[in-house]
Design a binder for this molecule. Structure first.
Ligand code: UDX
Ligand code: UDX
Length: 473
């Protein structure tokens, strides 16, 4: 049976659901796209008159929302109605790492996927394609199928019509900060499933703007596992280069030269080789932890240990940053002011989940220093939440840990002893260090964890300089 898909619903209006559905709506004007979420505040933000108040900052997103919202793209909390009307439903809810119970600290918490499947089982009508968009442990599709098939014994909807469900896996590979471009021009679209017509129904949607050649179809389990493994491989490259950044600092080698030399080998490639303060974001740690849990479950202890090391190196890299800062500032930073440039886990997003900035700032605050934090997109409220510490209106002269939000780089630098660059925002590449230096207390330091500060310009200004992976400066 050929699927005629006219109405789609996405459960979860987050970093994945929101941008993905916006791009589908833009490229498929004949489709009705309804994004639903249980979080009313988030939905209100998606519907806000002022497009600068959308809940997610992503370059290019605002423009698409302006164009499609109210036409064929709708955001609402009406889960029941939109499930009932949908021919195809994406499940795009969050799947955090479990904090307690079996698998705590490693396994993914599937409570939201479970409850979404139950809502679909209750309200869906006729034939419905159910698509896993969230990253899920391999074989979750089986759980979803069981819930869908067993919740309603005679499999009839409220009007007595026969119902049928087709479960597909269609993981999303977008990276935050480049989400719109990744969605418009993906390297591949991965669809896992058993029913060929259902797979084709979903593929037809993507073929509105993506070449058929890029659509890979697999069985359900390969698709689910591939998403976890893609993230694990990307994270593993970062841990590899970060481990070498420390070796460069000790030996006098230069990580950017090493990167160029090894990245020129086509077999290695030059992407994803930037050393930094450790990877953050909602996916890498969660997905590797999940991989570790699965490997342990199947008794593959050496496999789990291998991937555990990728996480351990990442934590070690983040931890060593604050230690270097303290050591360079004569082993004490109490009464000192440190400016933090960038709090998001990467540039071009307002997302702070697992951001290395959180751990680094907490470590510095443990030493009773004062922080002035500047980020062009992260709100002071979010930082308060992440640091579990209210911001101070003014930094005092007392020997206590405090932080304040700075509106500009210059504001942050006034009377500060050190500047720590944590996120690679474009504007940090163009800072006039001579002006900044004038505002700082001397001796002044810059710590660049992203290799984006121009060494020559800093040297001319007279500031002391440390850069990740630079053995000699
Ligand atoms: C995504 C993926 O879906 C996840 O699997 C991946 O590993 C990380 O990225 P993301 O979009 O980033 O999640 O999560 P988030 O921004 O937290 O959005 C999820 C949304 O789902 C939230 O707005 C939440 O309110 C909503 N939700 C959650 C529901 O609408 N219903 C629920 O039952 C649970
Ligand atoms: C990642 C995957 O890239 C994406 O395919 C998947 O769908 C979700 O997880 P995301 O976490 O949004 O995307 O961003 P990504 O660009 O992968 O960066 C993750 C972290 O690694 C960031 O903290 C980033 O700063 C860091 N990173 C990335 C490096 O430290 N060095 C690099 O060379 C690349």
């Amino acid at each position: 049976m050929e699927f005629k898909i006219k109405n789609i619903c996405c459960i979860g209006a987050g970093y994945v659901g929101g941008p993905s559905m916006a791009v589908i709506a833009k490229n498929c004007p004949d489709l009705e796209v309804n994004v639903v979420d249980i979080n009313r505040e988030r939905i209100n933000k998606w519907n806000s008159e002022n497009f600068d108040e959308l809940p997610i900052y992503e370059p290019g997103l605002k423009e698409i929302i302006k164009r499609c919202r109210g036409l064929n793209l709708h955001f609402s909390t009406e889960v029941k109605k939109n499930i009932a009307n949908a021919d195809l439903i994406f499940i795009s809810v969050n799947t955090p790492t479990k904090t307690k119970g079996v698998g705590a600290g490693q396994a993914s918490d599937l409570k939201y996927v479970d409850s979404s499947a139950r809502e679909i089982a209750k309200y869906a009508k006729g034939k419905t394609i159910v698509v896993e968009k969230s990253t899920l442990p391999v074989r979750t599709a089986q759980t979803i199928k069981n819930i869908l098939e067993q919740s309603n014994i005679d499999n009839r909807d409220t009007k007595g019509n026969q119902r049928e469900f087709f479960v597909l896996s269609n993981p999303e590979f977008l990276a935050e900060g480049t989400a719109i471009n990744d969605l418009e021009n993906p390297d591949r679209i991965l669809i896992g499933g058993e029913d060929q017509e259902a797979i084709q129904g979903l593929a037809n949607i993507y073929e509105n703007w993506i070449s058929e050649r890029k659509i890979i179809t697999t069985n359900l389990w390969s698709s689910e596992l591939s998403k976890l493994i893609a993230n694990a491989f990307l994270a593993q490259r970062i841990s590899s280069i970060n481990s070498i950044s420390a070796l460069c600092e000790s030996t006098g080698a230069d990580i950017s030269e090493v990167k160029l030399a090894i990245g020129s080998d086509k077999r290695i490639g030059n992407k994803f080789l930037n050393s930094g303060p450790g990877f953050g974001g909602s996916c890498f740690k969660k997905d590797i932890s999940n991989l570790i849990y699965i490997a342990n479950h199947y008794g593959l202890y050496e496999v789990s240990e291998y991937w555990q090391n990728v996480i351990s190196i990442n934590a070690w890299q983040t931890n060593r940053i604050s230690k270097i800062v303290v050591e360079k500032l004569f082993n004490t930073i109490s009464f000192k002011k440190i400016s933090i440039l960038g709090f998001a886990f990467k540039a071009n997003t307002n997302d702070t989940r697992e951001s290395p900035a959180i751990k680094i700032c907490k470590d510095l605050l443990e030493e009773n220093c004062k922080l002035a934090i500047y980020d062009p997109q992260v709100s002071p409220l979010q930082i308060e939440y992440d640091l579990q510490l209210k911001q101070s209106d003014n930094l005092s002269n007392n020997d206590q840990a405090e932080w304040t939000f700075a509106d500009t780089v210059i504001d942050a630098s006034i009377n500060s002893d050190a500047i720590l660059v944590i996120t690679e925002w474009e504007e940090f590449k163009f800072i006039n260090w001579e002006i900044v230096y004038k505002h700082m207390r001397k001796p002044a330091w810059i710590f660049d964890t992203r290799s984006i500060v121009d060494i020559n310009k800093v040297k001319m200004s007279g500031i002391n300089f440390w850069q990740i992976g630079k053995g000699k400066i």
